[in-house]
Design a binder for this molecule. Structure first.
Ligand code: ATP
Ligand code: MG
Length: 430
């Protein structure tokens, strides 16, 4: 019996005029997260999609796991497809009940069956519910509880097809991949910036990443951590392009040698934004994204954020600006980046952080400091020595290889965990 998933859109339904555009984007996004296990058939019906595996069977639960991370999906139902005669429906209801039990991990004692959909026929629903309920009860030994069942089965009879749905899973909501355009997110090894990047992905932005590192002063582990964060973010955007920009010799040294100590951090941020803006405009990105939260640290005072932004013309999106740390940490846990961010890893900026950083840098002071610096040369030398990378959700080998290459080694112990998280090994998919 074939597993199917019924997908309900989130805000898409509201965007009346552009609905076809968003639906098409959602279809592409669904295909993209299933590319390595697919192919699948996606059919639009009654304001929702029905996703059906094609030639190859997809391991139970995998379809749901992948789809539950596609932005634009509000919620989904997992179920099985059935022929429409009562005997087939009864067999499908029993199968769905077993799947619900296997997937739920708890002891099941009670269940309910509801029949809905335009095709159910006048006066037919109740008798059918009773019949299917009887079949499930005798196959499982469960008893019927219509109010608070452990397992709720829904039989959908619509558009000439029949499904028995056994499990509702919440989606992440938001808008489908790349419907809002592109932006470049500044990714550090910290907790905040991956959350900021994922939040903007959820608004339909296709995100590219830029990380500034201080190799060889900072460790290789720090770089690996950033790669792994990028890898974790591929759960939300299946392919991510990024660049690693050397910062120590290109920007930090000139700052240490030629700029007022208290201004270093703000100046460094301005260089980061400038370099990110150049990269962004090369790739048709129209905005920058950072993980700043107002007043969290001294570089994030209102004054400092304002003079930081004045270095660039592109809008700088800061989705965390009004959040407290506990809320950000909780989000990081939910998107799967917290554990990586919490690992040891030295940060480029800690090196250069002055003991008494300026908390309210002025435009005049910044201008005076930068007029003594070879600003354009610094930016160019950073851009000239950057390294590009790409991480893909399904492609753990390529991830490991590109990291190994980047680190100048034959092999790396880097392994991202998307497969394990999805509960399947590589082999079981092939
Ligand atoms: P995070 O947890 O994201 O590192 P934070 O609270 O530690 O944030 P800062 O270190 O001041 O704050 O960084 C503010 C923002 O600047 C980060 O969220 C990130 O977007 C950007 N940023 C900081 N350091 C780097 C870096 N080395 N490479 C790329 N972006 C950086
Ligand atoms: Mg940081």
């Amino acid at each position: 019996m074939r597993e199917i998933v019924v997908v309900h859109f989130d805000e898409l339904a509201l965007k009346q005029g552009r609905r076809p555009y968003y639906e098409k984007a959602l279809v592409h996004a669904i295909e993209a997260v299933l590319r390595d296990v697919g192919p699948v058939t996606i059919r639009a019906a009654h304001g929702r999609f029905v996703v059906t595996p094609g030639r190859r069977a997809i391991p139970a639960g995998l379809l749901v796991d992948r789809l539950s991370r596609v932005f634009g999906i509000h919620h989904l139902f997992a179920g099985v497809e059935s022929a429409r005669d009562p005997a087939s429906l009864a067999a499908a209801a029993v199968e769905a009940a077993r799947r619900a039990e296997a997937g739920g991990g708890e002891v099941v004692r009670t269940f309910s069956v509801r029949v809905r959909g335009n095709d159910r026929g006048e006066g037919r629903a109740r008798p059918l519910e009773a019949e299917l309920g009887g079949a499930v009860a005798s196959a499982t030994g469960w008893t019927v509880d219509l109010d608070r069942p452990d397992v709720a089965l829904t039989v959908e009879l619509a558009a000439g097809r029949a499904f028995v749905l056994h499990r509702r899973v919440e989606g992440p909501g938001g808008l489908p991949y790349a419907t809002a355009g592109q932006a470049v997110a500044l990714l550090s090894g910290g907790i905040d910036s991956p959350v900021a990047a994922a939040m903007m992905m959820s608004r339909g932005l296709r995100i590219g990443l830029v990380h500034f590192h201080s190799r060889p002063i900072t460790s290789e582990a720090a770089l690996r951590k950033v790669y792994r964060l990028a890898g974790a973010l591929t759960r939300w955007q299946p392919t991510i392009f990024g660049v690693m920009v050397p910062f120590a010799e290109t920007v930090q040294r000139p700052l240490v040698e030629g700029a007022p100590t208290a201004l270093r951090t703000v100046l460094a941020r301005r260089f980061m934004l400038r370099i990110a803006e150049r990269l962004a405009s090369e790739h048709r990105s129209r905005a920058l994204v950072t993980g700043d939260a107002l007043a969290q640290v001294s570089s994030q005072t209102l004054e400092n954020l304002a003079v930081t932004d004045s270095a660039v013309r592109m809008p700088v999106f800061r989705p965390l600006v009004g959040m407290g740390k506990p809320e950000i940490v909780e989000r990081a846990r939910r998107i799967g980046t917290l554990a990586i961010s919490e690992e040891e890893g030295d940060d480029c900026c800690a090196l250069l952080a002055p003991r008494n950083p300026e908390k309210a840098a002025t435009a005049e002071a910044i201008e005076a400091a930068e007029s003594a610096l070879p600003v354009e040369t610094m930016i160019r030398s950073a851009l000239d020595s950057m390294t590009r990378f790409r991480v893909r959700f399904e492609d753990t080998d390529t991830q490991a290889k590109s990291i190994a290459t980047f680190l100048g080694r034959g092999r790396s112990d880097f392994v991202s965990r998307p497969y394990e998280e999805a509960g399947v090994s590589r082999r079981s998919i092939k």
